[in-house]
Design a protein. Structure first.
Length: 131
C-alpha cells in the first residue's frame, strides 16, 4: 500500500471517529439553553380599548416558571413562563379577570391582554427588577 493510500484511510477513520463521538455526546436543545426568568419583575398593564382603568402596575415573582403576585394588591396572579420565554398569565380581582400572553427575554418583555369578558384589551410590558 502506498503512503497516500494509508493517509487516505487514516483520514477516513479520523472523520468517522469524530462523527461517532459527536453523535454520542448529548445535544443541548434550544429550550435547555434558554435563560432562566425566575426573579422579581415589574409589569405595567395598559388599556388600549374598553372601559377598564387606563393602566395598572404589579410586581410579580417568577419561581420555577410559575407566575405569582409579589405585591400587596388584592389580586390573584397565576401563570406560566416557558423556558423559551413564552408567557400565559391570568389576573383576577373579585369578579374581574384578564388573560395575558406574550414573551419575556432576559431583562424585559411584553405582550397583549384582554379581560372583562372582552370589554377591555391592551398591552403589557415587563422589566426585570432582580434575580
Amino acid at each position: 500500500m502506498t503512503y497516500f493510500g494509508i493517509l487516505g484511510r487514516t483520514r477516513s477513520l479520523l472523520v468517522l471517529a469524530s462523527l461517532a463521538t459527536a453523535a454520542a455526546l448529548p445535544t443541548l436543545r434550544p429550550a435547555d439553553a434558554a435563560a432562566n426568568h425566575d426573579g422579581i419583575w415589574s409589569v405595567v398593564i395598559i388599556t388600549n380599548q374598553g372601559i377598564c382603568d387606563p393602566s395598572y402596575r404589579y410586581p410579580i415573582r417568577i419561581s420555577k416558571g410559575s407566575v405569582l403576585n409579589a405585591g400587596n394588591a388584592a389580586v390573584t396572579i397565576t401563570g406560566k413562563v416557558e423556558k423559551n420565554g413564552a408567557v400565559v398569565v391570568n389576573v383576577a380581582a373579585g369578579d374581574k379577570t384578564a388573560t395575558g400572553t406574550g414573551k419575556l427575554a432576559a431583562t424585559s418583555g411584553g405582550g397583549s391582554w384582554s379581560g372583562g369578558n372582552g370589554a377591555c384589551s391592551g398591552v403589557w410590558q415587563a422589566e426585570r427588577r432582580s434575580s
